[in-house]
Design a protein around this ligand. Structure first.
Ligand code: BES
Ligand code: ZN
Length: 970
C-alpha cells in the first residue's frame, strides 16, 4: 500500500535498463556540406511536439492573486521544496514561522496552530477553486489537440534545420563565453550579447547550440585571427531549443572561432531561466528582484549556449545595472564602470571551467555579512529586513566548508562563496558555483523565534549545497542519466557531514525515514534504474526524484559500510582528483574506488547490480540451528505475469550484515556478500536470534519467516537489545511484507505491541507512519467504523505516551521531535483531548504576541507564494474533506500548473503523487487514468503518472487482501 507518496516522484520514460552500457546514438549532421541538401525522410529523427514549448512564456504573473493566498498557509506550514521530512511529519506536524519569513521549530504553541492549518488550507483551496477569475475553470478549460505531430526539422523561417537530434553535435566545443547582460527591472526585459570561443573537432559549416525564447537579432563568426568578423545566417529550431549559426566558410579542425550573438528577451515569470521576483521592502514598497535558476536546462533561456553539462567552458560575465542596485555572479566582482546616466556595468572575474547550468547572477538590493576562511570569503546575503537572520547560516557554512576541504583533500577553489536568500525559488536551494541560491526558509534562522528543527533543516540544505561545490561543480556528471552522481552524492555527504559535525541533530534517523519512502517508490514496476537513459527536457526534469537523491545516497552508505570508512574516503579523493574540472560517468566512480581496493574487491561489478537494475531485493532468511539459509528475489508490490521472467532474472550483489544474540553491538557486525540467488551462512554457534541489515545500512528488505516470532518476543522482552534504527527497520519490513501478503497483518500488529515501552523517535515514527497509511486508506474507502476501531487500538497502544507529553517546548531535540510528532498525530486524529488544549493555547497566543505577528504578516502582504503550492496540495489531500478537492483542483488547473512549474519537474511530480495517493477504488483508478490520457502525450507518459496509477492499483489490492483480516483484528 502506498497511500503516502514519497517526497519525490519518478521517472524519465524510454529508459533502458542497461543504459550505462549504451553508446550515444550517432548524430545526424545534415550540414557537412555548405549548402543544405534536402532531407530524405528516413534521415530525420521524428519527434513528437513538446508540450512544454507550447506552454512556455504564457501570461506573466497570472498566478499572483492566488499566490498571495497560498503563501500564508505555506509559511505557517514551514515546508520546503524537497519536503524531506517524513510524510508523517508532513502530515501531522506544524512549524512555527517567524514574521520575517524564516521557518521555525514545531513547538507546543505551534502545535496549536497546526490544528487550524488544515482547516485554513482546505478553505484556501476551496476559495481558489471557486474563484471566478481562474481561467481554467470547468468552462474555461480547453483540451489540447493531442495528435502526435510528426515533423521535419524545419527552422522557423521554413528552411531545413541542419540538425535533427535533441543532443548537440560534438564537432564544435565551447571554450569560453563573454556574456554581457542588461536587465531592466522597470520594463522587466533584458538585452544581451554573447561571444563564444569555440574549437572545431570535426570540419563543419554550422555551429549548433541552444537558445530558448530569445529574440536573436544578429550573428557573426570571427576566425582565429580575430580580424574578420563576418555576418552569419542563423536558423532557429524551437522544438529542440536549438539554433544553428551557418558559417560563411568551412570551419577547420583544431581552429578556434568566435560566434557573436546579440539578443533580447523578457525576464521570465516562471521559476526558470533569468526570472523576476516581486517582494515588499521595509517601507512596503513593491520591489523587483531578478535571479537565475538554470539547472537543468534553462541557461539557454538567458543566453545562447551549449547547454549540456559536459560542455564545460570559462565565463566572463558583465552586467549593466541601475547604480542603486547590486549584482552578484559566480565570481568576485572585478570592476564597476559607468555606462550612461544612472547605469553602471559590473564586470566579474573569469570563472573556472564549468557547466552552463551552474552559471548564476542576481540583480537586487541585498545586504550581507561575511567571514574569511581558508583564503575564501564566505558571505550570506538577504534582503535588508532579513539581515538579522543570516548569522547561523554563516557560521554553519564556514564549519561545513572546512569539513569538506579536509575530507576531500581539495580546497574550495574560488575566492568567494555567496549564499543568497531568494524571496521566491521553486527548489529549496541551488548549488550555482560560488553563488548558492536558497529559499528564504531554507537559509534564514532567527535565534529568538526559530526552532531546533529549523536549525536542522537549514544545516541540511547548506550541507547539501556545499557538498555540490565538489560533487557536481568540480566534477560533473557527463549527462543527466547519471544525475545521481550529483544529487545522490550531495545527499550522502549532507547526512554524513551532519553526523560528523552536528551529531546532536540525529539526522541519521531522518535519512532512515527517507530511505523507507524511496523504497516505496522503488518497489513499483514504474520505477527506474538509478542510472537511466534520458533525452528530452521532461525526462531530464524527471530525474530529480527520490531514486537519484535517496536511493543514490543510500547505495553510497551501503558501500561505505562495506568498504570501511577509510577506503571509501580514499576512493572519493581519487575520484575527485581524477575528474576535477571535468565530467564523470558512474563507471568513473567505481574505477576510482577500484584503484583503492586494488583487486581485492571489484566495486564496479558489485555496484552495477544496484545502479543499472531498478528496485531492490527481498532477502528471505531461514534459520536451522547454526545454519542460516538466505535467498534473494526482486521485491515487488504488484506482480505482473508479463514480467515474471524478467523479474526472476534480477540478481544483486548484496553486502549482507547481521548481528546475533551472542554479539549484538555495532563493533561485532558480521558481513556476508550474497552474490548468488541463495547461499548458506554457518554461524560459529547456535544463537537465540539474528537480525539482518544492521541499522538499515543496506538497501534491502528482510523476511524472517518463522523467526519473526523470535524477534517479536525479543522486542517484548528486551527491545533495547536492538538499536532504535533496527527496531524501526523491523517495523517497516513487517508492515511491507504484510502489504505483499507474505506475512500476516496480525503478526505486524503483534510486533508493534511492545511500543508502549518505546521511547525512541525512529521506531515510533515508523509505526505511526505505517498505521496512518492504513487509517487513511480505510477512511477514504468509507470504512469509517473500522478506521475508528484502528484509532482506538492506537490509543490503547500509545495513549499513555501521548498523555505524558507536556505542552512545552523544552528538552533535547529528539524529545521535542517525539513530542511534536505524537501531539500532531493526536490533534490530527482528534484524540486525547488534543484539539481542546490546542485551541485554548491558540486563543491565548492570539491574545498575546501572536496577533503582532499575524498583523505584521498581513501588513507586509507576504502571504503564500506559488513555490509552496505543492505542499498545500499535499496537506489538503491527506484529509477526508480535502482529498477529492485537491484532485479536482489539480484537474482544473493542470495547464496552469504545468506552465508555472514545467512538466516533469519535481513540483509537478509531487503534485501528481499527493493528489492521487489516497485513492483506493476502481472508479478513481479509471478517473486518474482517463484524466492524464486526455492530456498531452507527455503528461500521460510521465513516470509520476504511471507511479500514481500503480499506487492506486496497489491500494485496491491492499484493501482486497487485508480488509477481512482487519475486521477480525480490530
Ligand atoms: N540541484 C538541486 C536543485 C534543483 C532541484 C535544480 C531540481 C533543478 C531541479 C539542489 O542541489 C537540491 O537538491 N536542492 C534541494 C535541497 C537539498 C537539501 C536536497 C531542494 O531544492 O529541495
Ligand atoms: Zn542537490
Amino acid at each position: 500500500m502506498q497511500p503516502f507518496p514519497s517526497d519525490q516522484i519518478q521517472l524519465p520514460r524510454n529508459m533502458i535498463e542497461n543504459s550505462m552500457f549504451e553508446e550515444e546514438p550517432d548524430v545526424v549532421d545534415l550540414a557537412k556540406e555548405p549548402c543544405l541538401h534536402p532531407l530524405e525522410p528516413d534521415e530525420v529523427e521524428y519527434e513528437p511536439r513538446s508540450s512544454r514549448l507550447l506552454v512556455r512564456g504564457l501570461g506573466e504573473h497570472e498566478m499572483d492573486d492566488d499566490e498571495e493566498d497560498y503563501e500564508s498557509s505555506a509559511k505557517l506550514l514551514g515546508m520546503s521544496f524537497m519536503n524531506r521530512s517524513s510524510s508523517l511529519r508532513n502530515n501531522m506536524s506544524v512549524y512555527r514561522q517567524s514574521s520575517n519569513g524564516s521557518c521555525s521549530l514545531p513547538s507546543t504553541r505551534t502545535m496549536v496552530v497546526c490544528t487550524v492549518i488544515l482547516v485554513i488550507a482546505v478553505a484556501l483551496i476551496m476559495v481558489i477553486y471557486l474563484l471566478p477569475k481562474c481561467t481554467f475553470t470547468k468552462e474555461g478549460c480547453h483540451k489540447r489537440n493531442h495528435t502526435i505531430e510528426l515533423i521535419y526539422p524545419l527552422a522557423t523561417n521554413g528552411k531545413l534545420f541542419p540538425w535533427a537530434k535533441i543532443r548537440l553535435p560534438s564537432d564544435v566545443v565551447p571554450l569560453h563565453y563573454d556574456l554581457v547582460l542588461q536587465p531592466n527591472l522597470t520594463t522587466l526585459k533584458f538585452s544581451g550579447s554573447v561571444k563564444i570561443v569555440v574549437n572545431i573537432i570535426h570540419v563543419t559549416w554550422k555551429i549548433v547550440l541552444h537558445s530558448s525564447g530569445l529574440n536573436i537579432t544578429k550573428a557573426t563568426i570571427t576566425s582565429a585571427g580575430g580580424h574578420q568578423e563576418k555576418l552569419a545566417e542563423f536558423l532557429e529550431y524551437p522544438l529542440h531549443d536549438q539554433i544553428a549559426v551557418m558559417a560563411p566558410e568551412a570551419l577547420l579542425v583544431g581552429q578556434n572561432y568566435t560566434v557573436n550573438l546579440a539578443y533580447s528577451s523578457k525576464l521570465s515569470d516562471t521559476y526558470y531561466g533569468f526570472y523576476k521576483i516581486s517582494y515588499k521592502d521595509e517601507n512596503l514598497k513593491q520591489r523587483w528582484f531578478a535571479a537565475t535558476q538554470f539547472e537543468p536546462v534553462a541557461a539557454r533561456s538567458a543566453f545562447p549556449c551549449f547547454d549540456e553539462p559536459a560542455f564545460k567552458a570559462t565565463f566572463l560575465i558583465k552586467i549593466k545595472r541601475d547604480e542603486k542596485l547590486s549584482t552578484m555572479s559566480n565570481m568576485p566582482k572585478k570592476a564597476t564602470t559607468p555606462v550612461t546616466n544612472g547605469i553602471v556595468q559590473d564586470e566579474f572575474f573569469v570563472s573556472l571551467k564549468m557547466s552552463t547550468y551552474l552559471v548564476a547572477f542576481v540583480v537586487a538590493d541585498l545586504k550581507n555579512i561575511s567571514r574569511e576562511t581558508n583564503e575564501s570569503l564566505v558571505s550570506v546575503y538577504a534582503i535588508p529586513q532579513h539581515l538579522n537572520q543570516v548569522e547561523y547560516a554563516l557560521n554553519t557554512s564556514v564549519k561545513l566548508l572546512e569539513f569538506y576541504q579536509n575530507y576531500f583533500l581539495i580546497n574550495y577553489p574560488l575566492e568567494k562563496l555567496d549564499l543568497v536568500a531568494i524571496p521566491d525559488l521553486q527548489s529549496g536551494a541551488m548549488e550555482n558555483w560560488g553563488l548558492i541560491t536558497f529559499r528564504e526558509s531554507a537559509l534564514l534562522f532567527d535565534s529568538h523565534t526559530s526552532s531546533a528543527r529549523d536549525k536542522k533543516s537549514v544545516t541540511a540544505v547548506i550541507a547539501h549545497e556545499l557538498a555540490h561545490q565538489w560533487f557536481g561543480n568540480l566534477v560533473t556528471m557527463e549527462w543527466w542519466n547519471d544525475l545521481w552522481l550529483n544529487e545522490g552524492f550531495a545527499t550522502f555527504m549532507e547526512y554524513f557531514a551532519m553526523e560528523e559535525i552536528f551529531p546532536e541533530l540525529h539526522s541519521d534517523e531522518d535519512f532512515l525515514n527517507l530511505i523507507f519512502k524511496a523504497m516505496m517508490k522503488d518497489s513499483l514496476n514504474s520505477s527506474h534504474p538509478v542510472s537511466s537513459a534520458v533525452q528530452s527536457s521532461e525526462q531530464i526534469e524527471e530525474m530529480f526524484d527520490a531514486l537519484s537523491y535517496i536511493k543514490g545516497a543510500s547505495l553510497l552508505l551501503m558501500l561505505k559500510h562495506y568498504l570501511t570508512k577509510d577506503v571509501f574516503q580514499a576512493g572519493i579523493e581519487v575520484y575527485l582528483h581524477n575528474h576535477k574540472y571535468g565530467c564523470a560517468q558512474s563507471d568513473g566512480l567505481w574505477d576510482s574506488m577500484n584503484e583503492i581496493t586494488n583487486g581485492t574487491l571489484d566495486v564496479k561489478k558489485l555496484m552495477k547490480t544496484w545502479i543499472v537494475q531498478k528496485g531492490f531485493p527481498l532477502v528471505t532468511v531461514v534459520r536451522k540451528g547454526k545454519i542460516i539459509s538466505v535467498k534473494q528475489e526482486k521485491y515487488l508490490y504488484l506482480v505482473e505475469p508479463e514480467n515474471w521472467t524478467s523479474d526472476a532474472s534480477y540478481l544483486w550483489h548484496i553486502p549482507l550484515t547481521y548481528i546475533t544474540s551472542s554479539c549484538n553491538f555495532t563493533h561485532c557486525t558480521n558481513a556476508y556478500l550474497l552474490d548468488q540467488k541463495s547461499a548458506i551462512i554457518e554461524l560459529p554457534e547456535e544463537v537465540e536470534w539474528i537480525k539482518f541489515n544492521v541499522d538499515m545500512n543496506g538497501y534491502y528488505i528482510v523476511h524472517y519467516g518463522e523467526d519473526w516470532k523470535t524477534l517479536i518476543d525479543l522486542l517484548k522482552k528486551n527491545h533495547t537489545a536492538l538499536s532504535p534504527k533496527d527496531r524501526a527497520n523491523l517495523i517497516n519490513n513487517i508492515f511491507n511484507l504484510a502489504g505483499l501478503g507474505k506475512e500476516s497483518l496480525e503478526k505486524a500488529f503483534e510486533l508493534i505491541d511492545y511500543l508502549n515501552k518505546e521511547s525512541s523517535t525512529a521506531p515510533l515514527t515508523q509505526a505511526l507512519f505505517q498505521l496512518s497509511l492504513i487509517y487513511n486508506l480505510l477512511e477514504k474507502k468509507g470504512e469509517q467504523q473500522l478506521a475508528s476501531r484502528l484509532m482506538h487500538r492506537i490509543e490503547r497502544l500509545l495513549g499513555d505516551k501521548i498523555d505524558q507529553q507536556s505542552w512545552t517546548d523544552d528538552g533535547a531535540l529528539s524529545q521535542r521531535e517525539l513530542r511534536s510528532m505524537l501531539l500532531a498525530f493526536a490533534c490530527t486524529h482528534d484524540i486525547r483531548n488534543c484539539r481542546t488544549t490546542a485551541t485554548e493555547m491558540f486563543e491565548k497566543w492570539v491574545n498575546s504576541n501572536g496577533t503582532i505577528r499575524l498583523m505584521q504578516n498581513s501588513l507586509e502582504g507576504e502571504v503564500i507564494r506559488t513555490q509552496e503550492l505543492s505542499h498545500i496540495i499535499a496537506t489538503v489531500s491527506q484529509s477526508l474533506p480535502g482529498y477529492l478537492l485537491a484532485w479536482d483542483f489539480v484537474k482544473e488547473n493542470w495547464e496552469k500548473l504545468t506552465q508555472k512549474f514545467h512538466l516533469g519537474s519535481y513540483t509537478i511530480q509531487n503534485i501528481i503523487s499527493w493528489s492521487t495517493s489516497q485513492f483506493a477504488t476502481k472508479a478513481h483508478l479509471m478517473e486518474v487514468k482517463s484524466f492524464f490520457e486526455s492530456k498531452s502525450e507527455q503528461s500521460s507518459q510521465l513516470h509520476s503518472v504511471k507511479e500514481a496509477i500503480e499506487t492506486i492499483q496497489f491500494n485496491i489490492q491492499w484493501m482486497e487482501r487485508n480488509l477481512a483480516m482487519l475486521q477480525e483484528l480490530l
